[in-house]
Write a protein that binds this ligand. Structure first.
Ligand SMILES: [Zn+2]
Length: 184
């Protein structure tokens, strides 16, 4: 049952905590806004651009940026347009994959690109798994195209296999990178 309200759960976290549809949507939206604040992604008055796409990550990013935009003082525009920063739909899955790829290829300078905020780039979905983003899109009935899913490459399959055996490994990979950069 849902940890908060005893309703039928739609999602179970690796620590066995379960949430119903309404509580999951609340959790997701709060965490999105928390991510923006924690990494100081958007400053007052900035122009934030995003690319309009039809896949589930793109529609969730657009939906939540619009929600954040109602509450705070920044300008949201579709690309191409002049912007201070660009929000991209990178998630825990894509980031952990890129980190591991950079390590395997010994491309240390590539690792910096996997941080939540770059000079011109912000990643508001940085702390979410793809499966969480997909569930949010479904629960909010956001229309998205299903056929964009690319074929998984070797490293992606390798990390997905690891995640099955060691839940939270994607989060652990991303957290390790954040720790390293905190010390520099
Ligand atoms: Zn609930």
């Amino acid at each position: 049952m849902c940890k908060l309200c005893e309703k039928k759960p739609v999602y179970e976290f690796t620590n066995k905590r379960k949430l119903c549809a309404r509580c999951f949507v609340n959790y997701f939206q709060k965490k999105f806004l928390y991510t923006l604040r924690k990494f100081n992604m958007i400053k007052q008055g900035e122009v934030i651009g995003y690319k309009k796409t039809n896949d589930f990550k793109g529609v969730v990013l657009e939906y939540l940026l619009k929600m954040a935009n109602e509450k705070s003082n920044f300008t949201l525009v579709k690309l191409p347009n002049k912007t201070d920063k660009i929000a991209i739909d990178s998630s825990l899955d894509s980031e952990s994959e890129n980190i591991v790829t950079s390590i395997i290829k010994e491309n240390a300078s590539g690792l910096k690109e996997e941080l939540p905020v770059g000079e011109k780039i912000i990643k508001p979905l940085y702390l979410f798994l793809d499966e969480e983003i997909l569930l949010y899109a479904r629960l909010k009935k956001l229309g998205f195209s299903r056929d964009i899913k690319k074929r998984k490459d070797k490293i992606e399959n390798f990390i997905d296999g690891l995640e099955k055996k060691h839940p939270e490994v994607k989060r652990a990979v991303v957290n390790s990178l954040l720790e390293i950069y905190k010390k520099i």
